[in-house]
Design a protein around this ligand. Structure first.
Ligand code: ATP
Ligand code: MG
Length: 131
């Protein structure tokens, strides 16, 4: 997912170019805005964390781009490409190092397991929208 900060700052193109160059295939993609309810549902695993309210508010504050990406070892490879959650700790050249503003407004989301990637893909896309 490209988060509201990166969409608002005009980084959709730059981020997608980097994803393409890293060899991911785009299986599905769309731009949309999450309601607070849907953003809360998406990040429900973090419900008990102190930053949950702020996270839900931010994720519903503007448009996002959701995508399903395919590559060998995609979850790990994508997390390498995006860098650490906090851009201050992200490696040079990673998407978060280049585009993230802060730990909260950190430009992109990546799934953390194959299982969650499938759940999150189904959250955004129907079978007819996956290619
Ligand atoms: P994501 O799930 O968005 O790819 P991540 O897996 O790197 O990020 P998580 O621990 O899953 O990190 O946290 C989810 C999101 O919650 C982070 O991307 C960030 O936007 C926000 N977040 C995490 N920690 C904090 C914090 N200490 N303060 C504010 N926001 C935070
Ligand atoms: Mg996460």
């Amino acid at each position: 997912m490209i988060k509201p900060d990166a969409v608002a700052n005009g980084h959709i193109g730059g981020i997608l170019a980097q994803i393409n160059e890293a060899g991911f295939r785009i299986v599905a993609m769309k731009m949309l805005r999450l309601s607070t309810e849907k953003a809360g549902e998406f990040y429900a695993v973090h419900k008990e964390r102190p930053f949950y309210g702020e996270l839900v508010e931010f994720m519903s504050s503007g448009h996002i781009v959701a995508a399903i990406l395919e590559k060998d070892n995609a979850v790990e490879e994508f997390r390498k490409l995006i860098g650490a959650t906090n851009p201050a700790n992200a490696e040079e050249g990673t998407i978060r190092k280049k585009y993230a503003e802060s730990i909260g407004r950190n430009a992109v989301h990546g799934s953390d397991s194959d299982e969650n990637a499938a759940i999150e893909g189904n959250f955004f896309f129907s079978g007819l929208e996956k290619f």
